[in-house]
Design a protein around this ligand. Structure first.
Ligand SMILES: Cc1cc2nc3c(=O)[nH]c(=O)nc-3n(C[C@H](O)[C@H](O)[C@H](O)COP(=O)(O)OP(=O)(O)OC[C@H]3O[C@@H](n4cnc5c(N)ncnc54)[C@H](O)[C@@H]3O)c2cc1C
Length: 186
């Protein structure tokens, strides 16, 4: 009996799924690998054939991933949602500690930070959209309140894009600075 070697089967067909288990488009990096920070963990796992390490291009049937645990393991690189939550926490916390009457230098630093943040954000298409928002709606850095509201509007723009409820920007300070009146943050 002649055993068929791998070479005899010809080049392997590489599958590159267009959409994931969640129905969202799979986002690839410029090198063609699925981008972990741009996809949900579930979609990323599907696109990498279930392997946690990125780079594999084979895929498994979609339904085999629906049953899989979707909560990210501790100490693993973040998916688009974990990265997003942590990043909004940082941004709103910066707003919460920004001076009420910032100096010219402080205003300039914050503007630069917001500009660089969009350029360096690990989910590249999220960062590009954020940069477009910054171009369209100039960051309001004159006071803490102005910046807190500008950021809340920017966050709401992403919420709308993702079909999530918008947040009442009158409450940004309670959420991110003072805590709620009902004592749950005490
Ligand atoms: C700059 C940026 C751009 C992003 N772009 C994309 C994208 O294009 N596609 C994508 O899939 N994900 C994107 N994300 C991630 C996305 O916004 C969410 O972080 C992620 O989906 C997790 O959502 P979540 O429901 O846990 O709450 P999050 O949206 O992360 O919000 C965290 C908490 O902030 C509070 N909050 C909600 N809205 C506001 C608001 N308007 N103002 C103040 N506080 C608020 C709520 O208490 C909420 O629980 C982006 C993140 C950032 C930082």
């Amino acid at each position: 009996m002649v055993e068929e070697s791998k070479e005899d089967r010809g080049p392997q067909v590489v599958e590159r799924p267009e959409s994931g288990v969640t129905g969202r488009k799979i986002i690839y990096d410029k090198d063609g690998k699925p981008c972990r920070a741009c996809n949900t963990l579930l979609d990323f796992r599907m696109a990498t054939g279930g392997s946690v390490a990125s780079g594999s291009t084979q895929s498994k049937p979609k339904d085999s991933f629906e049953k899989k645990e979707t909560v990210p393991s501790k100490d693993c690189p973040p998916d688009v949602e974990e990265l997003g939550r942590s990043s909004w926490t940082l941004l709103h916390s910066i707003a919460a500690t920004y001076p009420e009457k910032p100096t010219g230098d402080q205003q300039s630093n914050l503007k630069q930070f917001i500009s660089l943040f969009g350029k360096l954000y690990p989910c590249w298409f999220c960062g590009e959209d954020f940069q477009s928002y910054v171009e369209k709606k100039e960051p309001q850095v004159m006071t803490q309140e102005a910046f807190g509201r500008w950021l809340c509007d920017a966050h709401n723009e992403v919420n709308i894009k993702l079909g999530k409820p918008t947040f009442d920007c009158n409450l940004w300070k309670q959420r991110w600075k003072d805590g709620w009146d009902d004592g749950r943050c005490d």
